[in-house]
Design a protein. Sequence first.
Length: 224
Amino acid sequence: MRLPQARRVRWFAVILAIPSLALAVWAFQAPKNMASFAHGPLLKDHQGITCTACHIPSPGTTRQQIQAKLHHQIGFRDHPVDFGFGEVSSDQCLACHARPNERHPIYRFREPRFAEAIMQVDATSCLGCHTEHTAERAFVGLEFCSACLSELSLKSDPISPSHVDLIAAKDWTSCLTCHDFHGNHAYRTPIRTSERFDVEAVRSYLLSGPSPYGSEKIFEGKSE
């Protein structure tokens, strides 16, 4: 008995969809094809790094991942699973950028005393300030230091004008004109207003421009 035309069309569509879906899954999961699915270009500093340096394959086979997702949707599984590759986390960033001289390690901001500060800037994760596949090296404004330093006081202040004066004037854009946030550039920190870096040069740096702090690094990131 012949199937009704509408049902024949649906079955024909399903038969065509199966190889197309299998091809899409293969293309998505093949590491050499990952760049074609990227949301945007790599940062200048990351050119030449492979996708799998940051994107870690999810555990299990494709069938197991699909099955686990279906089980989660119908309530047979409490937690969802990643399909293909897991989300990038600070672990992948620190695999290349962990340094003994880090001035602002993310674990420090997990202390209770920073609970209010991280409501403004999520410094508990590298992804709170940095992302990939965009034109920006960091997507925070120059004023983010105010989240932690609004009540800063120093017994001995070597700069002129003093930090206290700068804070009183709410001149938060000046912080990065002297200080390299991560502390990995090899340069002498300015102590006078006349020696500070230009604000727009720092702003350009956060947008993936040249570094005002110089090109010499104390510790270089791993290439892979």
